[in-house]
Design a protein around this ligand. Structure first.
Ligand SMILES: *Cc1c(COP(=O)(O)O)cnc(C)c1O
Length: 390
């Protein structure tokens, strides 16, 4: 214990992964069509919409899924899209890939998620309705969509945002890549807006090695996203393409792993909750550390258990703790540089940002692999306690 490295997050391949991959090889179905792709799509659509009516479109990764969702939702060149500032950079990049412009929205300290009241205030007071659209008063650009990112396994407070979106006729695209399995006021994350995107990257709750998915109840949008992501081929025999498309298909091999992983969702959720409960207890017993908050309306899936450090009380800054733990073979990670600070988005539009800046400076994500052994977690907790007494 403690002599090996404890990673931040590694997958558990403890289900039917190998059996399904073997089936792919034995049946010669490897590439971008095949039975596992369809099974995976149905499985996720049914998970997000348990009452039925959902459509899943498998995509090569989460970033590409976001790109396709933006196109399906009608976001076009020069549109502005409101997106969380405290997020991995993928949704902002997808907005730019779609020809649009991100507007970064600060987070709120009670949930660490997008401050939806700030976003709604901007829609009401910083924008003007005109010609059936809503336009930014300052830039003159049309608002194309709202793209809340449910970070770390906790949902964004969606109701105020969705209500304003309905009022102004704006599509809501959920980046649910980090929060598969979480819930909001009794509803499944991914079913809260008009279209949602998931990622099956190696460190996500469910992985297919790499992969992504769009889920929506809108059959036209699902069809459009499928068409665009398969080179927009309108005649399969004659190879006629009605527009410029993309090669964003997921392979049957990847989907086979994804199907096996989805079957283990209940176990994965339980593992994440158990890990989170032990870190929360640690935080309650140590001065200067708070565990990531969970709102009373949220079913948190705790994708990455994270803590916020009050350096004055704890005795170390977050990055000092990171270095101390790294020396002991424990991998931790800061949250992401807020996107309004990113060199990639210099000069961007933004609504606030001070809360995201503070959280970025003070927070760390802790080892949270679904297969994390109790003894390894003991070692992490012990190391953090030792650090607090330094
Ligand atoms: C992981 C992730 C994505 C998608 O990542 P891919 O590697 O492209 O699958 C998108 N948004 C967020 C917030 C993520 O964490």
């Amino acid at each position: 214990m403690g002599d090996g490295r404890i990673p931040l997050s590694e997958p558990s391949l403890d289900g039917n992964e190998l059996a399904y991959l073997t089936e792919c090889v034995e049946t010669n179905w490897l590439s971008s069509s095949g039975p596992f792709v369809e099974r995976f799509e149905a499985q996720l659509a049914d998970y997000v919409f348990p009452d039925g009516g959902g459509h899943g479109v498998a995509i090569v990764n989460g970033t590409a899924a976001l790109h396709m969702a933006l196109k399906a939702a009608g976001v076009g060149a020069g549109d502005e899209v409101l997106v969380s500032s405290l997020s991995f950079i993928a949704p902002a990049n997808a907005i730019v890939h779609a020809g649009a412009v991100p507007v970064f929205v600060d987070c709120e300290p009670d949930t660490w998620q997008m401050d939806t009241r700030l976003a709604v205030d901007f829609l009401r007071n910083g924008c003007l309705p005109r010609d059936g659209g809503l336009y930014n008063r300052d830039s003159g650009r049309r608002i194309g969509a709202l793209l809340p990112v449910h970070i770390l396994g906790h949902p964004v407070d969606m109701d105020p945002l969705v209500e304003a979106a309905r009022e102004f006729g704006l599509p809501v695209i959920e980046d649910a890549t980090e929060s598969l399995g979480s819930g909001y006021r009794g509803r499944v994350v991914g079913s809260l807006g008009d279209i949602a995107c998931f990622s099956f990257n190696g460190n996500k709750l469910v992985t297919s090695g790499g992969g992504g998915m769009i889920v929506t109840r809108n059959p036209d949008w699902a069809g459009h996203a499928r068409h665009l992501s398969t080179q927009a081929r309108s005649d399969a025999q004659e190879y006629i393409h009605d527009r410029v498309g993309y090669n964003y298909r997921l392979t049957n091999l990847q989907a086979a792993v994804g199907v096996a992983q989805m079957e283990r969702m209940p176990e994965k959720k339980l593992a994440k909750a158990r890990i989170a409960a032990r870190y929360r207890e640690m935080a309650e017993n140590l001065g200067g550390i708070t565990f990531m908050p969970t709102a009373d309306w949220a079913d948190n899936v705790f994708w990455l258990s994270s803590i916020r450090i009050d350096a004055g009380e704890f005795g170390l800054e977050s990055r000092e703790l990171l270095a101390f733990l790294a020396e002991k073979g424990i991998e931790t990670r800061p949250l992401w540089q807020p996107l309004h600070r990113s060199p990639a988005y210099a000069g961007c539009l933004r609504l606030g940002g001070a809360e995201a800046d503070a959280l970025y400076g003070e927070s760390l994500s802790l080892p949270s692999s679904p297969g994390l052994a109790d003894s390894d977690q003991d070692y992490v907790i012990e190391a953090i306690s030792v650090a607090s007494n330094k």
